[in-house]
Design a protein around this ligand. Structure first.
Ligand code: PEP
Length: 264
């Protein structure tokens, strides 16, 4: 699979952290820090605040960077779905992006491949760009099943989609055992998993589309390890949890992503 020169992507997933005032403060700081990064305009920089703070964070970041994303959306369009938020509602709030299949929903809440596929289609239909997260558990990796798990998740998520939607998609390889654990995948293991993912996209579509499909790494990315991870040709950027809650670390990771753009 040829190396890619895709537009880098960096997402900051704030999860269920912060309060209104601290979320707005972080948004203002992140906006200032990312705006100062040379080549920031060549990177998709996105923050994913809690749903209840989307509007306030959206106001704080204005036209960005970063752009605004949501952590989840409903699989339904409208109606009697207490507590859920639809893709159209996220669009109303100024979201351009949404996460689908984060492991804290896939494994933590038990969302199936079928539900996630519906969410992905709903998001695209609402005009949102999607970060589809895939990843194996520790038991699956240790049992030698990492590749088959990733292939299954990619196939369920992507097979049969119109190829025109791939420009609105980012795949995030997030090994479950590396998320929030401080245990980062070795760069060569992450790169191998990215190759497996692209090979599956090539099988479903073709090698050209696979090479052009952005695949990013998530799992305990920090200011210290981002440059090594992002130096791999297969890794188009990152999805960051804990380190996105501090402006200094997120900006440092943003600079690592932007330096990838300068090489691209
Ligand atoms: C994530 O939430 O997607 C994530 C990768 O978290 P962390 O960076 O904290 O491991």
């Amino acid at each position: 699979m040829p190396a890619t020169t895709n537009r880098p992507f960096l997402g900051g997933n704030w999860k269920m952290n912060l309060r209104l005032a601290s979320a707005v403060e972080l948004a203002e700081e992140v906006h200032a820090a990312l705006s100062a990064i040379p080549l920031a305009s060549k990177v998709d920089l996105v923050v994913f605040p809690p749903a209840c703070y989307l509007q306030a964070v959206g106001r704080a970041i204005g036209h960005g960077p970063p752009s605004l994303g949501a952590q989840d959306l409903s699989a339904h369009l409208d109606g009697a779905f207490t507590g859920q938020v639809s893709g159209a509602m996220l669009d109303d709030l100024g979201c351009g992006w949404v996460l689908v299949g984060h492991s804290e929903r896939r494994h933590g809440i038990g969302e199936s491949n079928a539900v996630l596929r519906t969410k992905l289609e709903r998001a695209l239909a609402a005009g949102l760009k999607v970060v589809l997260c895939v990843g194996e558990t520790l038991a699956e990796r240790e049992g030698g099943h990492a590749r088959s798990v990733l292939v299954g998740q990619v196939r369920a998520g992507l097979s049969g989609l119109d190829r025109g939607v791939f420009g609105s998609l980012v795949l995030a390889y997030e090994p479950v055992w590396a998320i929030g654990t401080g245990r980062t995948a070795r760069a060569e293991d992450a790169a191998e998993a990215h190759r497996w993912i692209r090979e599956e996209v090539a099988d479903l579509y073709d090698p050209g589309l696979a090479a052009a499909t952005r695949v990013v790494y998530g799992g305990s990315v920090t200011a210290e390890n981002a440059a090594e991870l992002f130096s791999r040709p297969e890794i188009d950027g990152g999805l960051v949890g804990g380190a996105s809650l501090k402006v200094d670390s997120f900006a440092a990771i943003g600079r690592a992503a932007a330096s990838r753009a300068s090489h691209g």
